[in-house]
Write a protein that binds this ligand. Structure first.
Ligand code: GLN
Length: 486
């Protein structure tokens, strides 16, 4: 077995026992990148030189007899909307094609403190708007399990990199499903954390009240370790909660006896592929076999979540993206006649179609005369959806659903039909609106394509989600993810 195929947990043990060096790990991952990145296209930017330098620094620490943490020397891909000092951060947009941030996002600073190795910046849908990675200005990422299919989105590059073995771990961001849906389609584990548990400082804002950075990995322990390294209060982000977080890896027990799992019938309705439903049901029966108690529940607000999401997220996006005007950073139109013309041409040329659609929709729902009818109504719905989840959690400990209504679809299949593309997030979106944590884990396959199961918990219940996922991983013989031959 090559080093790139191992999990962070296994690699850490090897480093600890001096069975390999951090440099060898990084070289193995870049060897894999050399072998398959041309076909997968997970990265916008690769940073081999800095990665090798970071690995060498870890090797020096080991040689000096210093203790190293669980992420030291582990190759991690970072989504391209997370600011990395002096390394291109494009949001896969022409608008930021040349943008090198002068600072690191807080999550990156924390990972630097944990001695991680950044492999590069992962491809994504432009400004995180999309569910297939096809709205990227630069390239299309392909699903490592079937190169004719999408990896999901918007964090499709982060998911594909981990699925293909082109990174051991990665960071994505999730506003409406952008970690869980690609995790599901690529057959890896992804967590959208509780809103307010991970700093958004240095994450290029899409919808600030919904955005959250989170981890991808190939085993539950790795995802728990990466989350543990990035969560916590940050003075630079006033929306982060002040609280103590446990050692998530040490807390894993894998016990589901008596765990009450709610199964909301709305998530198993007509919009969801019958084989996906059956795969998730079968996985839940395995958990039942281990002592979990399954209960059918109802979350009637689910039907309105998609509409409310596109109102709230587009409203916030229209405001957040106003800063891209050609003055301060990024793209500027070459020819223009005066200031207004410069703004107009820059934004017309710099943004892609999907981004423009969201800005127009957001501007519309915030305009006078429509504000009450759309935006305020969506915010009212958000309150009632939160109450609905809170009531559901009085009777169950966590909720299980499919993470995506279908397996990976073909490249080009949905890109011409925005409403079809938006429907790719029906299973994930309510979680963001309610500010809850959601974890997607592989639970089977349909015609060789991975199916993801989603666990949803109350706010700050990540420990419980990890433990249930760990129990499922144990039932499956300790392994949920396979790197395909490429
Ligand atoms: N697919 C959804 C959208 O296009 C969610 C994106 C996300 O979570 N960033 O808005």
């Amino acid at each position: 077995m090559s080093l790139y195929q191992l999990t962070a947990k296994e690699l850490h043990e090897k480093l600890h026992r001096k069975e390999c060096s951090a440099t060898e790990i990084t070289e193995s991952v870049f060897g894999r990148i050399d072998a398959c990145e041309e076909r997968v296209g997970a990265y916008v930017t690769l940073d081999r030189e800095n990665a090798l330098a970071a690995a060498e620094a870890v090797d020096k620490k080991i040689a000096a007899g210093e203790e190293i943490g669980p992420l030291a020397g582990i190759p991690v891909a970072v989504k391209d909307n997370i600011c990395t000092k002096d390394v291109l951060t494009t949001c896969s947009s022409r608008m930021l094609y040349n943008f090198k941030p002068p600072y690191n996002a807080t999550v990156v600073e924390r990972l630097l403190g944990a001695d991680f190795v950044m492999t590069g910046k992962a491809n994504m849908d432009e400004f995180a708007m999309g569910s297939s990675c096809e709205t990227s200005y630069f390239k299309k990422t392909r699903n490592p399990h079937d190169l004719s299919r999408v990896p999901g989105g918007s964090s499709g590059g982060s998911a594909a990199a981990v699925a293909a073995g082109e990174a051991v771990l990665s960071l994505g961001s999730d506003t409406g499903g952008s970690i869980r849906q690609p995790a599901s389609l690529c057959g890896v584990i992804g967590l959208k954390p509780t809103y307010g548990s991970v700093s958004r400082y240095g994450l290029v804002a899409f919808a600030s009240s919904l955005d959250q950075i989170g981890p991808f990995g190939r085993c539950v322990e790795d995802v728990a370790a990466l989350y543990g390294a990035i969560c916590g209060k940050d003075p630079m982000d006033a929306t982060t909660a002040r609280r103590d977080y446990p050692d998530f890896t040490a807390a894993l027990r894998g016990e589901v006896k008596g765990l009450r799992i709610g199964i909301p019938k709305e998530y198993f309705g007509p919009g969801v592929d019958p084989q996906v439903k059956e795969t998730v049901h079968a996985a839940l029966r395995e958990l039942e076999g281990a002592g979990a108690v399954l209960k059918e529940i109802s979350l009637p607000g689910t039907d309105y979540a998609l509409s409310a999401y596109y109102i709230i997220s587009s409203a916030e996006a229209s405001s957040n993206l106003a800063r891209f005007d050609g003055v301060k950073y990024g793209y500027r139109a070459e020819e223009y006649d005066g200031l207004t013309d410069m703004y107009e041409k820059t934004r017309s040329q710099g943004f892609g179609d999907e981004v423009k659609r969201r800005i127009m929709l957001g501007t519309f729902v915030l305009s006078s005369g429509y504000y009450d009818a759309y935006y305020n109504k969506a915010k009212l719905f958000q309150k009632s959806l939160r109450a609905e989840f809170a009531a559901a959690f009085e009777d169950c400990d966590l909720i299980a659903t499919p993470a995506s209504p279908t397996t990976a679809f073909k490249l080009g299949e949905n890109i011409g039909d925005p409403l079809k593309m938006y429907a790719a997030d029906v299973c994930t979106i309510a979680v963001n609106i309610a500010g809850l944590p959601g974890l997607s884990l592989p639970c089977g396959a349909v015609q060789g394509l991975p199916v993801g199961m989603q666990f949803i918990g109350p706010r700050f219940s990540e420990e419980r989600l990890f433990d249930a996922a760990y129990a499922f991983q144990t039932i499956r013989g300790g392994k949920l993810c396979d790197i395909p031959n490429l």
